[in-house]
Ligand binder design. Structure first.
Ligand code: ZN
Length: 219
């Protein structure tokens, strides 16, 4: 995904800030969010752009990486900083499908990212104006331009679909458990003398997602 040209993507991407370019890069961030979903992670994606080109990409992966800091923004920042050999990334724009949390907001400010564009608002943990606004905090020394709500409907819908799917699969797993338990009970009743091994209770897919971005879409 790095250094993808406009021709490769088939998009005409003028230099940001530009509303059309913002939407186009946000759609690339949505592609990254889909990658997270494929791995069972809460679907949040990010792309870091410099001079109209994608420098780095990232998607949410704290469960798979056993890393509470592995939010999409941090993954993209790490990749870009490694690539540039510089922990500071001036002149870059970070696109992310969900309003950054406080950790990511501070990381973006530490990296001196010039501009942050996000999709859906996060009323539970958003640090771009929803819960607090670290980007406008005058007591902090560094500031980045902030623009929220780009492709917000698509970004939010992806999270809602993910949590809906997860609830559905979780309900199915619980139903299977209940069926197995009922069958075992029936067998017990039919032949109390024999020991009937019960299928172990499945943990299903109720992977904890507490403290992960996008929780508020799990409604
Ligand atoms: Zn975050």
């Amino acid at each position: 995904m790095q250094h993808e040209s406009e021709a490769e993507h088939g998009h005409d991407l003028p230099d940001p800030p530009d509303a059309q370019a913002d939407r186009a890069f946000m759609r690339l961030a949505l592609d990254q969010a889909q990658n997270a979903w494929l791995l069972g992670e809460v679907p949040v994606g990010a792309v870091l752009v410099r001079e109209g080109r994608v420098l780095a990409t990232g998607y949410n992966r704290p469960v798979g990486d056993s890393d509470p800091t592995a939010h999409a923004e941090i993954v993209a920042l790490r990749q870009a900083a490694n690539l540039m050999g510089n922990y500071r990334l001036p002149g870059c724009t970070l696109y992310v499908t969900l309003e950054p949390c406080a950790m990511c907001a501070m990381a973006l400010l530490h990296a001196r990212v010039q501009r942050v564009v996000f999709g859906a608002f996060d009323p539970k943990t958003g640090a771009g104006g929803s819960v607090l606004n670290l980007f406008a905090e005058s007591r902090l020394n560094h500031h980045a331009q902030l623009h929220g709500g780009v492709e917000a409907a698509a970004c939010g819908a992806l999270l809602q679909e993910f949590f809906r799917e997860r609830r559905r699969l979780g309900a199915q797993a619980r139903a299977r458990d209940a069926e197995a338990a009922d069958a075992a009970d029936a067998a017990d009743a039919a032949d109390a003398a024999d020991e009937v091994p019960r299928s172990p209770t499945q943990e299903g897919i109720e992977v904890s997602h507490l403290d992960q971005p996008g929780e508020e879409f799990d409604d």
